[in-house]
Design a protein around this ligand. Structure first.
Ligand code: AMP
Length: 184
């Protein structure tokens, strides 16, 4: 199986090849076609299995397929700032051939005002930790009404860390007709 046969947009396949990967890992081979078919997914996979690309590539495919507006269309929630930064970097790596793709990372421990400025400039992909995202939401600094795909990365860890209430408040602000990809 090659990446080119998974049904991903050519600019996404090109970025994967530029990153040096030719064939998908098992979790990618299973999750990518299922996500491209627009189903909700519940995936159990460990760090190092290639799970980040397993959810990010279908998200980027969708962004590549249809015209970008100014509102975020993909939201990835992660339990930690470090993981969020890593996921945002992955979005940039595999989204490098998509025109005008904007990824914004919203995490605690970083200047709030700077994040607000970045959000104002528009974003396609938001990668966030729940607490800080909720701060922006409650202050009306971010609009999640156009989100098409919600990814919960390391969902089990987010629950262990007590983020359930924050996640429920965030999910209530996202359209219910969305795709949800849950990785644990
Ligand atoms: P993750 O499970 O997302 O933390 O990914 C672990 C590592 O696997 C990362 O360093 C990726 O760059 C790498 N990786 C992702 N996809 C592939 C692939 N198809 N083949 C080989 N390595 C990959």
């Amino acid at each position: 199986m090659a990446f080119a046969n998974l049904g991903l947009h050519s600019q996404v396949v090109k970025a994967v090849a530029a990153a040096g990967y030719t064939s998908p890992t098992p979790v990618q081979a299973q999750a990518i076609p299922a996500a491209l078919a627009c189903g909700d997914l519940l995936v159990s996979s460990h760090t190092g299995s290639g799970k980040t690309a397993a959810f990010m590539l279908p998200c980027l495919h969708r962004l590549a397929e249809s015209a970008a507006g100014n509102s975020p269309r993909v939201l990835v929630l992660t339990p930690t700032r470090e993981l969020a930064l890593q996921v945002a970097k992955t979005a940039e790596t595999y989204g490098r051939f998509l025109k005008h793709l904007r990824t914004v990372c919203i995490v605690g421990g970083a200047p709030f005002f700077r994040q607000q400025q970045l959000l104002k400039q528009g974003a396609d992909v938001i990668v966030a930790t729940p607490g800080r995202l909720l701060d922006h939401l409650e202050r009306g600094r971010i609009d999640l009404s156009r989100i098409e795909t919600l990814v919960l990365d390391e969902a089990d860890r987010m629950l262990d860390m007590g983020f359930i209430d924050d996640i429920e408040l965030i999910v209530a602000r996202i359209p219910s007709a969305r795709q949800t990809l849950l990785f644990s």
